[in-house]
Design a protein around this ligand. Structure first.
Ligand SMILES: [Zn+2]
Length: 351
């Protein structure tokens, strides 16, 4: 079952609310550490909280924390907890739509509250699905990051087994970020706009570096990440739409264990990509495909770039962007040939 985590920012919580969230986290963390050392931790139920404190605390959170502590104890990992965010299972946590915005409601120290959340455009469809009940909610986590408060919602959903036989291969690279192939159709995404933007941020940061403007450098990095993420959302959306249009049942991509080498271009440093960006693009393609009921498979990357459709395999078959078979003379765009071979899984599926 596919899973994603939706991170919803709480819309401008008041000082009073923020103080309460912090207090809840502090109590929860202390309770978790206390419970970890309790001799009867394995038999613990929500009643055990009374031994810890007589102050009111939502039992929904207590139950989730007990679960977490038990599982940590089993793995014998934690000795203490640095921070234990409050979690709410789907019986105690609700997402509702009121007018144009969405609210999340959950129990707190005082009472149950409903607070509005900020919705980004790509989150809209997910929120709609939650309200309709077509996705399953896991335990929601209330957490803080950089002065903002968020609710993290793990979502899972059922995918009906597809009967469609068509396979689409997608190759990721530098000069072309993504090339996909299904049957005789193909779709290309050039890497050049991306390289341009990377060079722009790169040279800007070099200037800033000379002046030691560390804050501005960090901001520039964040800005670049956001730009890249947005691009990855667009590319993955178009690739999956392309697959849907052509009746694809399975999307295949390479196992990216080795991507570090390919993300770097020694000759053209401006072209280099962060390897996280490829992982992100792949993750986006995967969940968008699975949402659309398309199967997702990983293949072994060996020889996908050097093998001809006649079966001849030779390193020299590929020269830059050109693929030309040394044996049969077959001529093709090198990345497209890669995508075709990935679609065929010529080196087998990844374990
Ligand atoms: Zn050949």
């Amino acid at each position: 079952m596919p899973t994603i985590t939706l991170r919803l920012e709480l819309f401008k919580p008041t000082e009073a609310k923020q103080t309460m969230y912090r207090q809840m986290t502090a109590i929860n963390t202390e309770f978790a550490t206390w419970l970890l050392l309790h001799p009867e931790v394995n038999q613990a139920t929500s009643k055990i909280f009374k031994e810890f404190s007589s102050d009111p605390f939502p039992s929904a959170v207590v139950n989730q924390t007990i679960r977490e502590v038990k599982s940590q104890k089993k793995k014998q990992r934690a000795k203490t907890f640095r921070k234990m965010w409050c979690c709410f299972n789907n019986q105690n946590f609700k997402v509702e739509k009121s007018g144009d915005f969405y609210t999340v409601s959950f129990p707190t120290l005082e009472k149950r509250i409903g607070v509005p959340v900020v919705t980004r455009p790509f989150q809209q469809a997910w929120l709609e699905k939650i309200v309709q009940g077509s996705v399953k909610l896991g335990a929601a986590k209330l957490y803080q990051k950089k002065r903002k408060w968020y609710m993290a919602l793990p979502l899972t959903w059922e995918v009906e087994a597809t009967t469609k036989k068509k396979v689409m291969g997608i190759d990721l690279g530098l000069r072309y970020l993504a090339v996909s192939s299904v049957g005789t159709q193909s779709l290309f995404f050039k890497g050049s706009p991306c390289a341009f933007v990377r060079r722009f941020f790169f040279s800007r940061r070099r200037k800033l570096g000379k002046n030691k403007k560390l804050q501005a450098i960090r901001q520039s990095k964040n800005k670049e990440s956001r730009w890249m993420k947005n691009l990855n959302h667009q590319i993955s959306r178009q690739l999956v739409n392309f697959a849907i249009t052509h009746g694809v049942g399975t999307i295949r991509m390479e196992d990216l264990t080795d991507i570090r080498n390919r993300a770097q271009s020694k000759r053209e440093p401006g072209r280099s990509m962060h390897s996280w960006s490829f992982y992100q693009l792949k993750a986006f393609i995967r969940y968008k495909a699975e949402m659309a009921g398309i199967r997702f498979e990983e293949v072994n990357p060996e020889y996908t770039s050097q093998t001809c459709k006649c079966g001849h395999r030779e390193k020299r078959n590929r020269q830059g962007l050109r693929f030309q078979c040394k044996k049969c003379g077959y001529d093709c765009h090198a990345d497209l040939n890669g995508a075709i071979n990935i679609g065929k899984a010529i080196s087998g599926l990844a374990p």
